[in-house]
Design a protein around this ligand. Structure first.
Ligand code: 2P0
Length: 315
């Protein structure tokens, strides 16, 4: 039996839309860059138990037995499962499917646990490619620190301890499952948004600026790109037809509050994934002020930049 824990990652430069002709492999239309959050606070834990059998797969998610999903079957097809029975148990210690990257940590944990349990010993590049088949953003959860994903390439661009003062507060405004699943939502954007043709060039330009801001630990530049990217993702969603919307009143109020807090000096930055839960970046020295300013919006989980997945048990 193997148990793996994988972290979530929050994209600063967002992946939204797949490259034409490569949709089934989840190859992104634009490069993205994410921050892996520490595994001590938010994670998926996946247990894989292998016994003799004829290829059956049993799957429990958050203690409920379910059919393995199509995405899981794609991942499983890359492993030698014949003449074996595979029992997979996966638990998230945070809301599942609520725009908090549970598919990223979930698929990364699954791939790592299968690799160990079935002794395939895939190298990093192959693990990323298999995780990406399960969910595009999962390839970025295979590594810690600051991770760039561009086409078939995934690499750590800065380590987890490069910017030790950086913090990310997860602000949970609504733990319910999202109404617009990401895969179909991004397809609708690609097919119907007139603004989408600009997206790739903007992401490429911003990724260069973002890397410079991280290298120089320039919080103000980092924060501006971070918020602009979040806003552009949600603008593209609204420009899709029919429109897609993930943000709720609390999310808009959080955005307004942060711009108010930043009036004299930039101390915080928000980013939202495909859901209304906020990821707030700030520096350690401003944590207290930022927490106080956001009091009352919902449960807060304080994270640091973290390392990649770990094996917690081999039995
Ligand atoms: C990201 N998101 O870069 C972007 C930003 C949500 C908003 O990747 O279709 O579950 O499985 O490849 O990775 C969420 O979409 O989509 C996502 P698929 P995925 O993190």
């Amino acid at each position: 039996m193997i148990i793996c824990r994988a972290p979530i990652n929050i994209a600063i430069i967002k992946y939204w839309g797949k490259l034409e002709g490569f949709e089934s492999e989840n190859v992104a239309n634009n490069p993205s860059l994410s921050v892996t959050l520490d595994i001590d606070h938010v994670f998926t834990e996946t247990k894989v138990h292998v016994s003799p059998g004829d290829g059956q797969v049993l799957f429990k998610l958050n203690n409920t037995l379910q059919e393995p999903t199509k995405r899981m079957k794609k991942v499983l097809s890359k492993f030698p499962t014949h003449e074996k029975k595979i029992f997979i148990e996966s638990v998230n210690n945070f809301p599942t499917g609520a725009g908090m990257a549970s598919s990223a940590s979930g698929m990364a944990a699954l791939v790592l646990a299968l690799d160990k349990a079935l002794n395939t010993n895939y190298e990093g590049k192959a693990l990323c490619e298999i995780a990406r088949l399960g969910s595009g953003s999962a390839c970025r959860s295979v590594y810690g620190g600051f991770v760039e994903w561009n086409g078939n390439s995934v690499e750590q661009v800065f380590t987890a301890n490069h910017w030790p003062e950086l913090r990310c507060l997860l602000l949970i405004t609504n733990g319910e499952e999202k109404r617009f699943p990401s895969t179909t939502a991004m397809q609708t954007t690609v097919e119907t948004s007139d603004l989408y043709s600009l997206r790739r060039e903007i992401a490429i330009k911003r990724i260069g600026c973002l890397k410079r801001s991280i290298e120089e630990k320039d919080f103000s530049s980092f924060a501006k790109i971070c918020m602009q990217e979040s806003n552009q993702l949600h603008a593209l969603c609204l420009d899709s037809f029919p429109p897609i919307h993930y943000l709720n009143d609390k999310a808009f109020a959080i955005m307004d509050r942060i711009h108010e807090m930043n009036r004299e000096c930039t101390i915080a930055a928000y980013t939202f994934d495909a859901g209304p839960n906020a990821f707030i970046f700030c520096l350690e020295e401003n944590l207290f002020k930022v927490r106080e300013g956001l009091r009352g919006f919902g449960e807060m989980i304080e994270c640091r930049v973290g390392d990649g997945p770990i094996v917690t048990c081999t039995d």
